[in-house]
Design a protein around this ligand. Structure first.
Ligand code: ADP
Length: 395
């Protein structure tokens, strides 16, 4: 038995989950939020109870120390040596990483070189890694990339029709995101299918959302692009649009490109169209109460997803399973219904609407006569990170 920590560092947050491996038993989990503030929030789950403290946390180094102190004080660990490996989520692995990699100088430099492609994320991952390295200098650390699962795409699926010079010089192409989640869901989904030719469409619908087409465990196509702004419409992000929308808004509003980029990321999508909230539940409620803007936003959201499902059906030539996952996909029967109603006729899908009422649990929601199996599967990116970290100490 070995203890392994799954780590997800953002620019102002540090999420962790400590596992007993290989059993994959969660020992504890928690988060430090608002890093860099005097009123940062540290939450840790101990024996099923959430303990919350407000305290100053200057930087990620302090955050890691707070987490480690809590683990020692609460006797979850007798010594920090009991952590045998750490696994760090890395958003952008560029063209370099097809699978998880042990952190060494080369890995570090490559992640660093990709900062221009994911400025907030990759920088924060390295800051987090350095902070852990200080307290666990001899513990192997593994980088687990959100983009790795999508590296099996063909050039025709990942290239953009821009000048070759830009594509090469600035590494501009589709990299995708949520790869760790898609890989997890692909493995579970395939275990529910017979035969040796398995084709699936996986809908990871959280506040960030992406759709992936998989064939026998490999990613064939994915909706997110160079950055998480691309693909389907999201809670606050536009998703794909005619690129001239950007130019036109810039020209007419006089705003600079950075401002518009931030607006497209943080103030668009369901939120921007409805003017309500960045939480899809509020948008749903507003639509139910007759807010026409909210209704149109949800209609467009569902339409965009349905269109991707149709596109990927053709790309795969056939589909055996459609999976719904993440915050919205797992918990909103209404959202699943809006999407499925838009694709069911073409794809000969028959849904058991009673089963579709499921929230947050694994369930087959299609009926036996459906041509495509439709499942709700809760995702678990952290366990995938812990598995890869554990592999590093076994090898
Ligand atoms: P992310 O990791 O990208 O922040 P999540 O996968 O946690 O996203 O999903 C967050 C989204 O899921 C929010 O928009 C929230 O409204 C939605 N969500 C969470 N729980 C529910 C629920 N019970 N019903 C409907 N939507 C939900």
């Amino acid at each position: 038995m070995s203890k392994v920590m799954s780590v997800n560092c953002g620019s102002s947050s540090l999420k962790f989950k400590l596992y007993e491996m290989p059993e994959e038993k969660v020992i504890t989990s928690g988060i430090v939020e608002r890093i860099g503030h005097d009123d940062a929030i540290f939450t840790i789950k101990l024996n099923g109870e959430k303990i919350r403290k407000i305290l100053p946390v200057k930087d990620h180094g302090v955050a890691v120390q707070i987490v480690m102190d809590a683990l020692l004080e609460n006797k979850i660990l007798n010594s920090l040596d009991e952590i045998k490996a750490t696994g760090h989520r890395v958003v952008q692995g560029g063209p370099y990483f097809h699978h998880s990699e042990l952190f060494n100088e080369d890995t570090y430099k490559k992640i660093e070189s990709l900062i221009p492609l994911a400025p907030l994320h990759n920088k924060a991952h390295l800051t987090g890694y350095n902070a852990f390295k200080k307290v666990l200098p001899n513990t192997p650390a593994v980088a687990v990339f959100d983009t790795a699962f999508h590296q099996t795409m063909l050039p025709e699926d990942y290239s953009y029709p821009i000048k070759k010079e830009y594509a090469e010089k600035y590494m501009i192409r589709r990299y995708g995101a949520h790869g760790t989640s898609h890989k997890y869901l692909c493995e579970i989904g395939e275990s529910y299918l017979d035969g040796d030719d398995k084709r699936m469409i996986i809908c990871h619908l959280g506040s960030g959302a992406s759709i992936t087409a998989t064939h026998n465990g490999k990613c064939v196509a994915t909706s997110m692009g160079l950055t998480p702004l691309g693909g389907i419409m999201m809670n606050t992000r536009t998703g794909d649009m005619d690129p001239s929308v950007y130019y036109q808004i810039q020209k007419m509003s006089g705003k600079d490109s950075e401002t518009i980029f931030q607006e497209f990321n943080k103030e668009s999508g369901l939120y921007g169209m409805s003017g309500t909230s960045n939480d899809s539940r509020d948008v749903e409620e507003a639509a139910l109460n007759g807010n026409k803007d909210a209704q149109l936003a949800l209609d467009l959201w569902s339409r965009r997803i349905a269109d991707f499902i149709g596109q990927y059906y053709v790309r795969l030539g056939r589909v055996d399973m459609i999976i719904f996952s993440a915050g919205i996909g797992e918990n909103s029967p209404e959202s699943r219904e809006w999407i499925l109603n838009r694709v069911k006729e073409a794809l000969h899908i028959d849904i058991d609407w009673e089963k579709n009422k499921v929230r947050g649990q694994i369930e087959t929601i299609s009926s036996p006569k459906s041509s495509v199996k439709v499942m709700v599967i809760p995702t678990d990116e952290e366990v995938m990170i812990a598995r890869d970290a554990y592999k590093a100490i076994k090898e």
